[in-house]
Write a protein that binds this ligand. Structure first.
Ligand SMILES: [Zn+2]
Length: 484
């Protein structure tokens, strides 16, 4: 019989989390953790040319070790001339390597495992649709990943990774839908309080406020939708947040209005980052609001309507320098970014000179379909960013011409005006008239993985012919239905 973690008695859950925390504390913050932090600091002021030279070398190493160690890459790289790669520029040598789709990784993980690198653990991503993606990790790669996290928190708010923090994710730490005395578990080894994002309501507000006040967290970290709910609860007793140095968000698209409210209520900077438990390169937002691609952790390209490019809008194609056990080389992540740029010499006000992106704006599967066979990506990003009065929103496509908008409004805006503005904006992008039902809510409903999806379509996807995906202003691309 399978027993769910959240239905165990609280002391048992607590003991389990502490045990895990002690083990993590021992293994995560040593060896490669320190080497990576040292290298990141040492290479911080390298010029782009030197960065690319280093990445090029690292790419060749990675490709060679993957070809030696993994069945998949042995076949995929069989005819690749590594000498030619070495003599080409970084992006030309990347272009010699094939793209890797999620479907291939899901079908046969074993083929991607580097047999000469020892397995330490396994993780799977909480995909919003379909099968989760599993990967295996080695210890050095885990330490490297935590080094980049530590670097982000330090950059973000000057806090250390082991200082007290509150974490909110989709993880079930207490039984949802039940009133409980302690909707959290505490990992004393890493000073992390895991608060259940399913209990952020009036019934539990008092208990959560007291517990957080006792912890005096320096950092709150997790899904922006859940952090917003927590911060609204905590701001009833303002002392609880006086120790806070930064809010770190990830995993959902951070909406501008949400960020503003969080900063206003806590007076702490809100810094988003993008990565994934597969072990992808990190994209970290600095205090100036710029998303920096941490080039020491890997290379980002985008799959645009005109093919793969090192600049522009589209699906992230990632080559990871963080992951050794399951090498990810030119991996199609399914996540969409806007405005990838290779920064040349202009340094950001935060002091970093790196490639940048304007933002991570959704998932490839967050598509809206039209009767003439188009599939529109980045739909809410493109249609809602100019509509005033929306604090948070979720769009559901019921039929080609019938949409539902769930919205949290900014006080002072009325439903009719906002709804009309959204309808106009949708129709302009779609090119035909629609019906829009607007539902005003206090909180957007979470999906089964605890995340809030910005776009859902219930219109059947036509599989007979390749789907035409439109991302940005530019024309169209043909993209085989990768199930993402
Ligand atoms: Zn910056």
């Amino acid at each position: 019989m399978k027993i769910n973690f959240e239905s165990l008695p609280w002391p048992l859950r607590q003991a389990f989390v502490l045990g895990l925390g002690v083990r993590n504390r021992i293994v995560r913050y040593r060896g490669e953790f320190h080497r990576t932090l040292d290298f990141v600091e040492y290479s911080e002021d390298w010029y782009p040319e030197r960065q690319r030279e280093w990445q090029h070398k690292r790419l060749l190493q990675l490709a060679e070790s993957a070809r030696e160690g993994c069945r998949h890459y042995r076949e995929a790289f069989e005819h690749i001339d590594f000498l030619e790669m070495k003599n080409a520029s970084l992006y030309d040598s990347l272009a010699m390597l094939p793209l890797l789709g999620k479907a291939a990784l899901k079908e046969d993980l074993d083929a991607f495992l580097n047999q000469s690198i020892r397995r330490y653990s396994e993780s799977s991503t909480s995909g919003s649709t379909g099968m989760p993606t599993r990967v295996e990790h080695d210890l050095a790669s885990i330490q490297r990943r935590f080094a980049f996290q530590a670097d982000h928190i330090r950059h973000a708010g000057g806090a250390g990774i082991l200082e007290p923090s509150v974490r909110l994710s989709g993880r079930l730490v207490a039984p949802p839908g039940r009133k409980v005395a302690k909707p959290w578990v505490y990992n004393a080894a890493e000073q992390q309080l895991f608060v259940s994002s399913y209990h952020l309501d009036d019934d539990h507000a008092w208990a959560i406020c007291r517990r957080v006040e006792h912890l005096q967290p320096r950092v709150i970290d997790g899904y922006p939708s859940a952090i917003l709910q927590l911060v609204r609860l905590l701001s009833r007793s303002p002392k609880t947040l006086s120790s806070l140095k930064a809010i770190v968000t990830t995993a959902e698209t951070l909406q501008g209005e949400v960020k503003d409210e969080l900063q206003l209520k806590t007076k702490a900077p809100v810094l988003d980052y993008y990565s994934a438990s597969e072990g992808l390169p990190l994209v970290q937002q600095c205090r100036a609001g710029v998303y920096h691609v941490r080039w020491q952790s890997g290379i980002l390209e985008v799959l645009t309507p005109d093919g793969v490019s090192d600049e522009g809008d589209g699906e992230i194609v990632a080559t990871s320098f963080v992951q050794d056990r399951t090498p990810l080389i030119r991996y199609r992540t399914g996540d969409l970014v806007s405005g990838l740029k290779q920064q040349e010499l202009a340094t950001c006000t935060c002091g970093l000179t790196t490639p940048t992106v304007e933002g991570v704006v959704g998932r490839v599967e967050d598509l809206i379909y039209t009767p003439d066979g188009r599939a529109l990506g980045m739909f809410t990003y493109r249609t809602l960013k100019y509509v005033d009065g929306l604090r948070e929103s979720q769009v559901i496509q019921r039929e080609y011409d019938r949409f539902q908008l769930r919205a949290v409004l900014v006080p002072g805006f009325d439903e009719a005006t906002v709804s009309q503005a959204v309808k106009n904006s949708f129709e302009r992008v779609l090119g035909y008239n629609i019906r829009l039902d607007t539902e005003i809510v206090e909180i957007l409903p979470k999906g089964p993985n605890g995340k809030v999806s910005l776009v859902m379509s219930h219109v059947a996807r036509k599989r007979e012919k390749p789907i035409t995906v439109t991302y940005g202003k530019s024309s169209t691309a043909v993209c085989e239905g990768d199930d993402g």
